[in-house]
Design a protein around this ligand. Structure first.
Ligand code: ZN
Ligand code: ZN
Length: 931
């Protein structure tokens, strides 16, 4: 029987839809004990990829499992809608290059385009998820752009204001010149650092009042040199004055003295002796300021000269030092990263394009020591990949100092799976800076901050409050969503001075949008959630972080009990998938080529701590595994008519040793699977099921029991009852993992509910577990493996019967049967060691021949497409010796092959299927006809 996954899946999808199975499941569990899952919103900005399907598989497994256990669930999916990622894609669509293009086009039209894009892709992602088999209440998905969500964040921000956590800060921050906005520390993940080669310059800075003496300074950002205000040296490290052959003296870290060719060390001293020395600035004609040496313990000897160029308006550390040492601050760039007025030949130029101008200028002043290429890891914009710069700006922040400790306490109360999740979260919480929440963009949460020129600022906490405080512009805003540009029409009165104030133009960090969802989407009775399940790279700084912070501020508790994280999807070779690299696999292609169930199985069996290498070869391997399960099932429906299926309320009371064993194994499996699913150990549960249906069911139980299913076999009924019980339970057990095959199996077996997904999840029956027998079976299988190895060594085919086998273990009689059959021996005796009697007598030889012939006839039956009950006519013809054997064993062969007659001798007519075989080294012709 072939297995076309996508075809079966389409059929089952139609069945679920027509019969409203999901709706029936929800109805069935209504009012029962809750299980609360909180969905992390997927960015509705592109079709979903195979990496999304990994997480969605987990979510679906957990939810289906809990629903089968009779718990009531919300089944709410979420879409992340607002933010730079959507803006950048819309900009691409419209062919825009920068913010000016957007403003020319109109913010209102641009924002509408962003909304449209979100609607389009949330619809596509919904269809894709349904195709994956994910069950959600799709008509009730939440959207972070919704009014409820935005106003809920207003409430949060107001609370931050009341608690004194919200402030406007002037700081140097990472800035994307193209996007024209600050990039929060949270958004710069390790993958945003790229290997980039920059020009590095060594500059000579003349020390004032010391003839021919220079500080030697190194930098990889020459554009920041016009903003230089100080040099930093380490107080304890040893510096030196090094004289070159031109009698110029350079001050430099002693261990870097070899930078000076043929240099001679004149003097050594600790850095602190340099404190307060003043030097001549490089661009004093542009920005006049004092330049002096300061002491700083973070100076290292790793790169450069040990003398660090400090540009207070262009670096985060530099800015901090400017406050500590009361240095002047030179702020050279505008939003587009062009030099502001007052920078002479540089004014209006992009900082990314001024290297040569600066080098020429410094060369004319004779200040260049050396220029070289320097390769290093440098941060880029997570959205548009432009190299970031550091810029001094006013932005809005949530202070973390007061929250840090309680956040750590809350993070520890959450159960993290894998357990290293806690360490990663704590590492972030301990080191994070204040949360930069503003962005100078268009499509996003409108920060409800109204700042007055008198210094006062107000934060509005709800739509009602806004309406109440509005003095002007409500009519223009009224029916619109709380987004730019409509919200910006509103003016309120400053509560301190009475002036009319507008909203600051900034929008919010998108992690505010996603962080509020425990409150904007769940009512009290569902809070806190039992489970959150997301891919962990990035989330410790982002979603996990933002839900914890917002929940802490609002309720002072953790928003979730357990956070389950998983790694990333890579290509088959373990490399990152990229559109540009050509190794990306689209979900739509994958699901139609592989099928949803094999994909789900691949995801489910993966250890979530490690990256998953996804590809078609790996998928074929998975399909082969699932085919083993399918084949056991196909065997059953081939040999058993529907009318012979046992009654549905099956209480197995097996007597046969193999039946007792497989029933025991199954109950053991159920116990293991449920125990692991309770702990969210999906991969352990999946692999246990896989091992069961390959090793126990297919390779042992079904193989050893084939004969018992033949018509007229004496315990056929019991064999049928047992296998039916196993398969039916298996269909329920795999239902959360592979919902399509599970349904197909269940329907074919005639399960009593309308769908397997309306069944209860199996519970183990401990009384049916027989540990002792399972252990003995392991021994038996060990013995047969050993015997097969001895046969192979002696060059004796398995089909050749042998007289006896000696084994060490004393075993009960019914346990000897399987060994006898597997080892194909007549008799078993007990002795000191495992020993196979390899002597082949004439009688045994003849029996071997007969077995060989039977096997060939069976294969021919199969090839001719005959059903087990179809009768055949056989004709055989070979050398005299073979003919004689066949004649003697004619009746036995007839019985075994369901042949009506077996004629020996040359055939007069042509047979439906003819074959020339080699049996015991001689030619033998066999023909069969269906009767
Ligand atoms: Zn950017
Ligand atoms: Zn005021």
């Amino acid at each position: 029987m072939s297995l076309d996954f996508p075809k079966i899946e389409e059929k089952i999808l139609r069945f679920w839809q027509e019969k409203k199975i999901f709706e029936k499941l929800r109805k069935k569990n209504q009012g029962k004990e809750h299980w609360s899952f909180l969905d992390g919103p997927i960015t509705a900005n592109n079709p979903m990829g195979v990496h999304h399907a990994w997480g969605r598989t987990y979510k679906d497994i957990f939810q289906r499992y809990k629903a089968m256990q009779g718990r009531e669930l919300r089944f709410q999916n979420g879409f992340d809608c607002q933010g730079l990622h959507v803006e950048v894609e819309v900009e691409k669509e419209l062919g825009f290059k920068n913010k000016k293009d957007i403003e020319k086009y109109g913010i209102d039209k641009f924002v509408e385009k962003c909304k449209e894009r979100v609607k389009k892709y949330s619809k596509i992602q919904t269809e894709q998820s349904i195709r994956l088999g994910q069950w959600m209440d799709w008509d009730n998905s939440y959207y972070t752009m919704s009014d409820e969500n935005n106003y809920a964040i207003w409430g949060f921000l107001k609370k931050c204001r009341q608690r004194g956590l919200l402030y406007k800060g002037r700081d140097v921050v990472p800035w994307c010149p193209r996007c024209g906005t600050a990039i929060s520390q949270h958004e710069i993940l390790t993958e945003e650092y790229k290997e980039i080669t920059h020009k590095a310059i060594f500059v000579k800075l003349p020390v004032i009042n010391k003839k021919n003496t220079f500080f030697l300074v190194w930098t990889t950002t020459p554009w920041t040199l016009p903003a230089n205000v100080a040099l930093a040296v380490h107080p304890e490290l040893i510096y030196a004055e090094v004289q070159d052959k031109n009698r110029d003296i350079f001050i430099i870290l002693k261990e870097k003295a070899n930078l000076i060719a043929e240099g001679k060390i004149l003097k050594e001293f600790p850095g602190k002796e340099l404190k307060g020395l003043v030097y001549q600035g490089m661009f004093d004609e542009l920005q006049k300021t004092e330049h002096r040496v300061i002491l700083w313990k973070d100076v290292t000897s790793e790169e450069g000269t040990g003398i660090v160029h400090i540009a207070s308006g262009c670096g985060q550390e530099d800015f901090k030092l400017s406050k500590e040492f009361n240095l002047s601050v030179i702020d050279p760039t505008n939003e587009e990263s062009r030099y502001k007025k007052g920078f002479g030949f540089l004014t209006g130029k992009l900082v990314s394009q001024v290297n040569d101008l600066i080098f020429d200028n410094l060369a004319k002043k004779n200040l260049v020591f050396k220029i070289e290429d320097y390769k290093h890891r440098y941060p880029t914009c997570w959205r548009c990949k432009t190299e970031l710069i550091f810029r001094l700006v006013d932005e809005w922040y949530i202070s973390m100092e007061k929250l840090r400790k309680p956040l750590i306490v809350v993070a520890k109360k959450i159960e993290w799976i894998p357990s290293f999740g806690l360490e990663r979260e704590l590492d972030w919480l301990k080191n994070m800076q204040d949360w930069l929440i503003s962005k100078k963009r268009y499509w996003g949460l409108a920060l409800p901050i109204y700042e007055c020129s008198c210094g006062n600022f107000e934060v509005i906490g709800s739509k009602e409050e806004l309406k109440e405080k509005t003095v002007k512009g409500w009519d223009k805003f009224n029916d619109n969503s709380p987004h730019r540009p409509w919200i910006d029409e509103i003016k309120i009165k400053c509560s301190k001075c009475g002036k009319l104030v507008s909203r600051i133009p900034d929008v919010g960090n998108p992690w505010l949008d996603a962080g509020i969802v425990p409150f904007s989407t769940m009512t009290k009775e569902w809070f806190p959630a039992d489970l959150v399940c997301e891919s962990f790279p990035g989330q410790f700084k982002n979603w996990f972080y933002s839900i914890i912070v917002m929940s802490m501020v609002l309720e002072n508790v953790a928003p979730v009990k357990t956070i389950f994280g998983y790694a990333s999807v890579r290509d088959e070779k373990g490399e990152e998938m990229h559109k540009s690299k050509g190794n990306a696999i689209w979900f739509d292609d994958a699901v139609e080529k592989i099928g949803a169930d094999p994909m789900r199985w691949m995801y489910a069996r993966q250890n979530p701590e490690y990256n998953l290498n996804f590809g078609y070869k790996a998928a074929d391997e998975i399909k082969r595994k699932l085919l083993t399960l399918w084949n056991s099932f196909a065997f059953f429906i081939t040999y058993v008519d529907k009318k012979d299926y046992p009654s549905q309320v099956l209480k197995p009371k097996p007597k046969d040793i193999l039946d007792i064993w497989i029933v025991s194994r199954l109950n053991n499996l159920i116990e293991k699977v449920t125990r692991n699913l309770e702990r969210y150990n999906v991969s352990v549960a999946t692999l246990a099921i896989e091992k069961f249906f390959i090793n126990d069911l297919s390779l042992w139980y079904v193989r050893r029991s084939r004969r018992r299913f033949h018509a007229g076999a004496k315990d056929r009924e019991e064999a049928i009852a047992t296998l039916y019980y196993v398969l039916l339970n298996l269909s329920k057990l795999i239902a959360p993992f592979t919902p399509f095959i599970a349904e197909e199996l269940y329907q074919c077996l005639g399960g009593e509910k309308e769908s397997v997904h309306l069944e209860e999840y199996p519970e183990p029956n401990k009384k049916l577990i027989n540990k002792e027998l399972e252990e003995k079976m392991i021994k038996i299988r060990g013995i047969t493996t050993e015997v097969l190895a001895q046969r192979a060594k002696a060059g004796i085919k398995v089909r050749q019967p042998l007289a006896s086998l000696q084994i060490k273990n004393k075993l009960e009689k019914d346990l000897l049967e399987p060994i006898k059959e597997e080892a194909n021996v007549k008799k078993i005796v007990f002795g000191k060691e495992l020993k196979l009697n390899t002597k082949i007598t004439k009688g045994l030889k003849e029996e071997g021949v007969v077995r060989e012939v039977i096997r060939h006839i069976q294969e021919m039956r199969k090839k001719a497409g005959l059903k087990p009950k179809d009768k055949i006519l056989v004709q055989g013809y070979g050398i005299k010796r073979l003919n004689k054997i066949l004649t003697q064993k004619k009746d036995f062969i007839k019985k075994e092959t369901l042949a009506e007659d077996f004629k020996i001798g040359k055939a007069k007519t042509k047979f439906g299927l003819e074959k020339e075989l080699k049996v015991d080294g001689e030619k033998l012709k066999i023909g069969i006809n269906k009767l």
